[in-house]
Ligand binder design. Structure first.
Ligand code: ATP
Ligand code: MG
Length: 611
């Protein structure tokens, strides 16, 4: 069964026209109106000022970037960042670069690089523009970063510090106390340059010295108290091998990466707000020119105007953790089956759970972009999935906790051994999609919970003496049940009331208060159904440094053997269905196979968690 296209009413693209404004859109619109970046030129690839100056006017009105560190699988928080960065570029005639932030020599793996590319594409975005790929890796800029560091030294803006780590920590001061200048701070540029070259040449031990920006040891912003910009670290890099034994610090590397790529709006999360002054300080030093006493002119390394950094609130989602490191712990400690376990908030996990790109895009749009941190309730994400699947998912009947119902008068009224044909729309609002066909016979599977020997008040389903309709079938009247030695019900009995079949004349002559779903024993298929629940019992599992492992939900997965209608025999991996009365399910993309169906609960029909 193929799933129809998402219904018009819920497709996020339709909401384009009335997309709510946000502070990032306002900034971009202002920059476009004022022509802030209109004079930029683009050399066809990332590069320094000369490279871009030799190029054409930049065909991209704005450039944003999504810069993941390839040290794990992307999660729903990254999806927010992807939707913002790629979405803004799309909406304003720009380009968004995918940049692997791989300046840290450890931990990068090809597996993660590939999964990140897949995730961005799956979400519906691309980094290509014309013939340009705009897929970059920060380690390709190591040569330029080294040159930028040399420039800072020559211009008197950086020095090599040989204090011990402990001395540096003490001399940094704290919030209430200014720092103390390093005794190495007043070295000459020539001395510093020589030392820095020695660092690169491998003449010094790891950790024995660092290159620091020379800013202000008394700055109220501790990030401006001569931050380290290069360190010695003998480590093999996945891209550059053993070429380098010094590596740039993230806070130095990132602004340079943005500048080389002609990024206009560098969007990051709020925790980088305190780094913005250094971001601006550095790019200003690399843009400006300095005339040395000997008349030489230095600088102008990167094109002007440089990129600007803007911060937005990161996504905090209840009942999950959004940190690659913590998600990795769940994987490596076997708390889940892998990065793509359907309970994981990773994009591969959400996808396997039945989430669609449309649902995640809708979610990103709905939570919006703000400048203050908050927690988003998990039910908001689930609501988006429900909304996008409702219009598209084919319907099917499934009995998740089956007990057999025997229609004791079947042989007399329908004929011994006879099966009757029933049908139902594939989608109630899309008659053009046609019908699904199935049989009804003497024995059908019903939900165990649809029968009560002594019904509680307000129970309208099966109990002795009560009539209900088998959905798309006949009205039946319950007569009793059979139990085993332990008192467990093994069979329910009822009689079929003739001439009440759905869709036949006079079928509603007998009024009933309850309608139940069912699957015939004759043509029902057995299927494994994985009933997922939240991975954590606490809304904020890792808040305040709590051990999030302790609030893992021990019942987050329950596997049942269900009976499902025969139309599901043709379900293919990733196909999504609404199991009537139960919720939305997806054929598992890993384990589902013809003849061995496996379905995952994506989301229930109603929100059972929201307050
Ligand atoms: P993690 O701690 O999970 O590794 P990170 O921020 O270190 O997260 P990166 O790979 O460095 O992960 O992030 C790539 C981009 O995704 C960054 O621009 C970052 O700000 C953004 N991002 C990461 N987590 C979130 C989140 N929860 N909400 C919004 N954006 C996020
Ligand atoms: Mg990180």
């Amino acid at each position: 069964m193929t799933s129809p296209a998402p219904s018009k009413a819920t497709h996020p693209a339709d909401k384009e026209a009335h997309k709510p404004s946000n502070f990032l859109r306002q900034i971009i619109e202002k920059d476009l109106a004022e022509g802030t970046y209109a004079s930029r030129r683009w050399g066809g690839s990332p590069g320094d000022a000369a490279h871009h100056a030799a190029g054409q006017p930049d065909p991209a009105k704005i450039r944003t970037r999504f810069p993941p560190e390839p040290n794990g699988y992307l999660h729903v928080g990254h999806a927010k960042s992807i939707c913002i960065n790629f979405g803004l570029a799309r909406d304003y005639g720009g380009v968004c670069h995918l940049r692997f932030d791989d300046t840290n020599p450890e931990k990068e793996e090809l597996e993660y690089v590939n999964s990140i590319k897949d995730a961005v594409k799956w979400l519906g975005f691309g980094w290509e523009n014309g013939g340009e790929s705009n897929l970059y890796q920060a380690s390709d800029y190591f040569d330029f970063m080294y040159r930028a560091a040399e420039h800072l030294i020559e211009a008197g803006h950086a020095y090599v510090d040989e204090q011990t780590v402990e001395q540096m920590r003490i001399n940094r001061g704290d919030f209430g106390h200014p720092g103390t200048n390093s005794p190495f701070r007043s070295r000459t540029a020539a001395e510093n340059l020589a030392r820095f070259h020695e660092m690169k040449a491998g003449l010094h031990e790891d950790g024995s010295m660092v290159l620091r920006a020379k800013i202000d040891m008394a700055s109220p912003n501790i990030n401006l108290r001569d931050p380290a910009i290069y360190r010695i670290r003998r480590a093999t890099h996945h891209n550059t091998g053993d070429k380098w034994c010094i590596y740039p610090m993230y806070t130095f590397a990132h602004p340079i990466e943005d500048a080389l790529e002609n990024i206009t709006h560098s969007l990051c999360t709020l925790e980088f707000e305190d780094q913005r002054p250094f971001y601006d300080w550095l790019l200003e030093r690399l843009t400006e020119t300095t005339t040395l006493p000997d008349g030489r002119v230095l600088g102008g390394l990167i094109s002007a105007p440089p990129p600007r950094q803007y911060e937005f609130a990161r996504l905090n989602l209840t009942y999950v953790v959004t940190s690659k490191r913590k998600l990795a712990q769940l994987v490596y400690d076997h708390k889940v089956s892998g990065w793509d376990d359907p309970r994981m908030p990773t994009l591969v996990g959400l996808r396997r759970r039945g989430y669609t790109p449309e649902a995640i895009q809708l979610f990103a749009e709905r939570i919006g972009v703000t400048k203050s941190d908050s927690w988003i309730d998990y039910s908001t994400l689930e609501g988006c999935l429900r909304e996008t699947l409702d219009g598209s998912a084919a319907r099917a009947m499934a009995v998740l906790d089956p007990v057999k119902l025997v229609l004791t008068n079947w042989d007399e009224v329908m004929g011994a051994g006879k099966l009757d044909d029933c049908s139902a729309p594939i989608h109630p609002h899309h008659p053009e999609l046609g019908k699904r066909n199935f049989k009804i016979g003497k024995e059908v599977w019903i939900e165990r919970g649809d029968f009560e020997e002594t019904p509680p008040k307000g129970f309208f389903r099966l109990f002795p003496g009560n009539k209900v309709r088998l959905k798309y079938g006949h009205v039946i009247e319950c007569t009793g049940c059979t139990k085993d030695a332990e008192g467990k019900i093994t069979e329910v009995q009822a009689t079929l009331i003739p001439d009440t079949k759905s869709g036949t004349p006079g079928s509603d002559s007998v009024k009933v208060k309850g309608v139940i779903t069912w699957v015939a024993v004759a043509d029902g298929l057995s299927a494994e159904v994985r009933m997922y629940d939240r991975l954590f019992l606490e809304a904020q599992p890792d808040a305040g440094g709590k051990d999030f492992i302790e609030s893992l939900n021990p019942n987050s997965l329950k596997v049942v053997t269900a009976m499902v209608e025969p139309s599901l025999a043709s379900a293919k991996a990733d196909d999504k269905f609404q199991f009537e009365r139960h919720g939305y399910f997806v054929a598992d993309r890993v384990d589902h196979a013809a003849g061995r169906p496996v379905f995952n609960l994506a989301v229930g029909l109603k929100d059972s968690w929201g307050k």
